[in-house]
Design a protein around this ligand. Structure first.
Ligand SMILES: *Cc1c(COP(=O)(O)O)cnc(C)c1O
Length: 389
């Protein structure tokens, strides 16, 4: 495959002034990532700071009800509450090895901002987070967390004042700060080499889960299911299983309310190819190619695009992409709380919702592995309002 591409998707569509830091990053990935020193320091951080390896949890009550085995990969148990810390620790450490003294990051709901701020604090790097002004207002608890962790938060007033505009602002800032700053991108999307870099740091999820399934059941799962926002937890879970052709892979996009004409975040199912944030991928856009606003009850899935490798895996048919609606995710959230004693993030609840709503699609007695990408504590206000209490 052409460098930086997944089939026809991916690439590096950026202003010329961004090419030098992206090329420097590509070089650092080749020189630093494979080194013994880097790998062992990253392994230590993931183990002693973030809490890896995460457990694999069997769900006895739900399995009985569903007629197949339901297993969860517990990324919700990581420090800062989700898989995002795998990526930010990796990129922060890489930045340090590259001689950088600062990180910039974009954030939507604030989860990636918090994970970046935590990694930066731990590794002694300055941290600036770009965040849409609308999101700053909506996500004040995460803004406070970032500030407590020593990060500076820059509200962005342009455009729709949300994640898309924050990414544009961060890319622009990187042009002038590239000499001492690394841009810690939050998902497996954006210009090459970010999709490769983020996949590299998140694939620890799938490598662990694959070995754990073998250890616990003596076999691979029959199905692996993960929620897809930008696509980082899903790609990290899927990629180690892609060569195992007997394992069916299912990505789940956010369908919004499901009412006719509603806003949603299902870029693969309902979008068209185009260019955004430096990559050619599936996007929500109108007939003139203008990016359409996305929407989801889960802030982490609320993005109008998707990483290019998912667009590719969809085009080849290796991964199937389904949809879960807001109310289905809420029902799945409540179900997991009551049946298994686990409060999942609303993002992860979409993956679970697909399994519950489409239970007839799964072979009886098969093994279904769901990536529980994060914990639901951050969603208590939204869930309280949605459930009317
Ligand atoms: C951010 C987030 C997601 C969505 O991001 P991906 O890059 O698609 O993984 C999913 N789950 C949780 C818990 C998140 O915080």
């Amino acid at each position: 495959m052409k460098k930086g591409y997944f089939g026809e998707f991916g690439g590096c569509f950026v202003p010329e002034l961004l090419m030098p830091p992206l090329m420097e990053l590509e070089q650092a990935m080749a020189d630093i990532l494979p080194s013994e020193a880097f790998q062992s320091e990253l392994h230590g951080l993931l183990k002693h700071f973030a809490g890896r390896a995460t457990p694999l949890t069997f769900c006895p009550a739900l399995s009985r009800e569903l007629g197949f085995e339901l297993w969860l990969k517990r990324e919700d148990l990581l420090h800062t509450g989700a898989h995002k810390i795998n990526n930010t620790l990796g990129q922060a450490l890489l930045a340090k090895y590259m001689g950088k003294s600062a990180l910039i990051a974009e954030t939507g709901a604030g989860q990636h901002g918090v994970a970046t701020a935590a990694a930066a604090a731990r590794l002694g790097l300055r941290c600036t987070v770009y965040m849409g002004a609308e999101d700053v207002e909506r996500q004040s608890a995460n803004v406070r967390r970032m500030k407590l962790l020593g990060a500076e938060v820059h509200p962005i007033e342009s455009g729709s004042r949300t994640l898309k505009d924050a990414i544009n602002a961060a890319l622009r800032a990187w042009i002038s700060e590239q000499h001492d700053t690394h841009y810690c991108f939050g998902t497996a999307a954006g210009p090459y080499p970010f999709p490769d870099l983020v996949r590299e740091f998140q694939s620890v999820i799938g490598r662990e889960a694959r070995a754990q399934m073998l250890e616990h059941t003596g076999a691979f799962p029959d199905y692996v299911v993960a929620a897809v926002g930008g696509g980082s937890n899903a790609i990290g879970m899927f990629v180690p299983f892609v060569p195992d052709t007997g394992v069916k892979l299912i990505g789940v996009e956010a369908g919004g309310t499901g009412r006719p004409g509603c806003l949603h975040s299902a870029a693969i199912n309902l979008g068209r190819p185009g260019v955004l944030h430096g990559e050619y991928t599936m996007l929500l856009q109108d007939e003139h190619g203008q990016i359409q606003p996305s929407s989801s009850i889960s802030a982490g899935l609320d993005y109008p695009g998707v990483g290019p490798e998912h667009a590719f895996l969809h085009s080849t048919g290796r991964v199937k992409y389904g949809i879960a609606f807001d109310h289905e995710a809420l029902a799945a959230f409540q179900k997991l709380c009551r049946s298994e004693g686990i409060l999942p993030a609303l993002e992860s609840s979409h993956a679970l919702a697909y399994v519950l709503e489409h239970r007839g699609e799964f072979e009886p007695n098969s093994r279904v592995l769901v990536n529980l990408s994060g914990r639901g504590d951050k969603d208590m206000d939204i869930i309280g309002r949605a459930l009317g209490d």
